[in-house]
Structures are given as C-alpha cells and as structure tokens.
Design a protein around this ligand. Structure first.
Ligand code: PAZ
Length: 366
C-alpha cells in the first residue's frame, strides 16, 4: 500500500479541521483573481447603476487535484444543466447574471447545442452544386472551402428554437447582462465565491438586490496543497491510501460576513430520499440563509423541494430561533413537472425565487 499524503499527514480524528480562515490563508488562490474581480466590479457597477437585480449563479462540479503537477483528480457530479438553464430564466426576468461555472460545462444559450444530444452541425444543411466532390477536410486552405456557390441553412425543424436562442442571446449581449467566469478546482471556486461576494457586498453596491443561486456541486473533501505529492502518483506499489480533509463550510461566512444583505439559495443533492429534507433543514439551521432547494439525483429534472423556515422561527440573519415543535419551524413546497413536459423545471424554480426575492428587497420576506 502506498500513502499518497506527503510527509506526516496526521490522522483525521486529531487533525484540526480547516476553518474558512485557515483555508484561505494556506491554499492557493487562482491565477489572475484580481483581474477577474475587476471584471466583476465593472459588470456590477454598470448594472447596479441601472437598478437591476443581480444574481450570482454557480454551476457545474469542482475538482480536487491529487498531485501538484496534476495528472489525476477527483470530480464532482454535475453537467451544469441546472445552472445554465436557470441563468437563461433569470436573464428573461431582467436580472444581471454572473455565471460562475466549471470550465467546459453547460452555458446559457450554448447548452441547447452542446454535447451529442443536439449536435449543432446536424441542424445545418449545406447546398453546393457538386455533391460528389472529394473530401477537402482538413487539408485544403480555408479560403478554398468557402466559395460563393455554397449556402448553409438550418433544417426547418431546428429553426424555431434557433431563432429564439439567437434573439435572446443578442438581446442579452446588447444589454450587457451576462458575465461569465470559470472555475475548475475547489480552490478556484472558493476563492472566486469569496471575491465575488466581497464585490457584491461593497458599500454603494446592490445590497438586497443581490441573489446567490448556488447550484454548483462543490467537493466536500480536498487534499490540502501541503499534503499533495509533487509528481504523478506512481503505480506498482499496491493499493493507494488517500486521506482528505473536509472543505470548510463557507456558507457560514457567506451569510454572516461577506454578504450581509444578499438573498441566498443553496442546493442540496442526495441519493437517499429519506435524508433529503432533514439535511436541508439542518443546513437552514446551521447557516441561517433563506432557501435550500433539495433534489434527488435521478429525479432532479422533474422534482425539487423548496425548504424554508417559517417567519416566526427565522431570526435575524444567521440566527434561527428554535421552535418547540421542530417540524412546524419549516415549510416545504414541492415543485414538479411531468417527465415529458415541454416546460423546464428551472422556469418554475426561478419564477418562485424572483417573487421571493422581490419580497426580500421590499423588506417583507424572510
Ligand atoms: O448540473 P446538473 O443539472 O447535472 O445537476 C444539478 C445539481 C444536482 C448538481 C444541483 O441541482 C445541485 O443539487 N447542486 C448542489 C449539489 C450538492 O449538494 O452539493
């Protein structure tokens, strides 16, 4: 057996768990973080000036590298569909969207033509006089391939969706309401989240007009840089033993310190239906934010549950009040669609959140 952890890694029961503070002072921040945050600051200022609501949508899964010169990593499940789809609906409600997503995961608008489910090239038709011409791909110079005699059209079935997507994409570009940033590792994610929350929470910023929609699947465990092997882990020494540390729970500082006025929605994914609601309630108790949206792995596209605290048990930010009757402290709303429905569940999720956020902004919501 080989132990992946470098040096004296300590055994988990005795080692100190990483607080957010310790995490941020010992782990590496992503390259060009300052430039990324400058870009966010400009985007926020421009949209804040127009009085728009702003939402930070996080989307896709984070990775955990196993080596400093990374060849192997652990990944988290998520295609980024929830985040990309929701971002489109927030844009249609005139939100300015900061879309923070895993590199190469689904993106608003592009998602309609990504991967192999709906390959873009199959939607296009090419018309040219000589259909028997020999293959020119990929050797011919590009200038020779495009001749005035060739025209490209979409298939008739593809046109309605394509038009809708193109028009909405154009509208959003003209308004300047979508700003995209990418992450790969859990370190990237955590530093970006703290940095963006810092910008959104700045004085003269959007205040209560900000929503956090945390749909990304974030690793619960990581390998601190100080414990990582420098080079590619070698095989041939038997089984591999990896001891990982727990990622600090950053919802706590997000709610209490970084974004005093933001409306915060977190997601909880489970595979065991029995624990979904208790875990969602537990998160509300622990962090004191507004909503946990629970979903199960296999039904997540058709069924989600909004878990919230009742007004009487929701104290000031970050402080929940314990009711005598545990169950009545919470309310749950299931949102479902038929599996073959044309509607996307994100349309319903976002519509409900926009309404709740409106109440939060006017001081009537919890
Ligand atoms: O990206 P996707 O559509 O494939 O999946 C979305 C999801 C299940 C990752 C999301 O809805 C979610 O639950 N995110 C939080 C995951 C977690 O509990 O860490």
């Amino acid at each position: 057996m080989q132990n992946l952890n470098k040096g004296n890694t300590g055994s988990s029961p005795e080692s100190e768990p990483f607080s957010a503070e310790k995490y941020y002072s010992t782990q590496p921040e992503p390259a060009r973080l300052k430039d990324t945050l400058d870009g966010i600051r400009k985007f926020v200022a421009a949209n804040n000036e127009k009085g728009r609501r702003i939402v930070l949508v996080t989307s896709g899964g984070t990775t955990v590298p196993l080596e400093l010169n990374m060849v192997r990593f652990l990944d988290n499940f998520s295609a980024g569909t929830r985040g990309a789809t929701s971002a489109e609906y927030f844009l249609s409600h005139d939100y300015a969207v900061i879309f923070m997503h895993r590199q190469f995961s689904q993106q608003p608008f592009l998602r309609h033509y990504s991967h192999s489910t709906n390959p873009f090239l199959d939607l296009l038709q090419i018309e040219e006089p000589d259909t028997n011409s020999p293959s020119v791909f990929p050797t011919a110079p590009r200038s020779e391939i495009a001749t005035p005699k060739v025209s490209v059209n979409t298939t008739p079935e593809a046109l309605p969706l394509l038009l809708r997507v193109l028009r909405e994409n154009k509208r959003v570009k003209e308004l300047g309401t979508l700003h995209t940033v990418t992450f790969v590792t859990v370190d990237d994610y955590l530093f970006l989240l703290r940095g963006i929350a810092g910008v959104l929470g700045e004085k003269e910023g959007p205040g209560r007009r900000v929503m956090y929609y945390l749909a990304a699947a974030v690793s619960d465990f990581f390998l601190p840089r100080q414990k990582m092997a420098e080079h590619k882990i070698q095989s041939g020494k038997g089984s591999l033993h990896i001891e990982m540390d727990q990622v600090p729970k950053i919802l706590k500082p997000l709610v209490n310190e970084w974004t005093p006025e933001g409306y915060i929605v977190s997601f909880k994914l489970e595979t065991d239906p029995q624990i979904l609601i208790p875990k969602a309630r537990g998160a509300l108790d622990r962090y004191g934010h507004q909503v946990v949206i629970g979903n199960e792995l296999h039904t997540r596209k058709y069924r989600v549950v909004f878990v919230e605290k009742n007004a009487s048990t929701n104290g000031p930010r970050g402080k929940s009040i314990q009711a005598n009757d545990g169950a009545s402290s919470y309310r749950e709303e299931w949102v479902t669609i038929q599996e073959d429905a044309e509607t996307e569940i994100e349309e319903l999720i976002v519509a409900r959140l926009v309404e709740r956020h409106g109440k939060w902004i006017s001081g009537r919501g919890t």
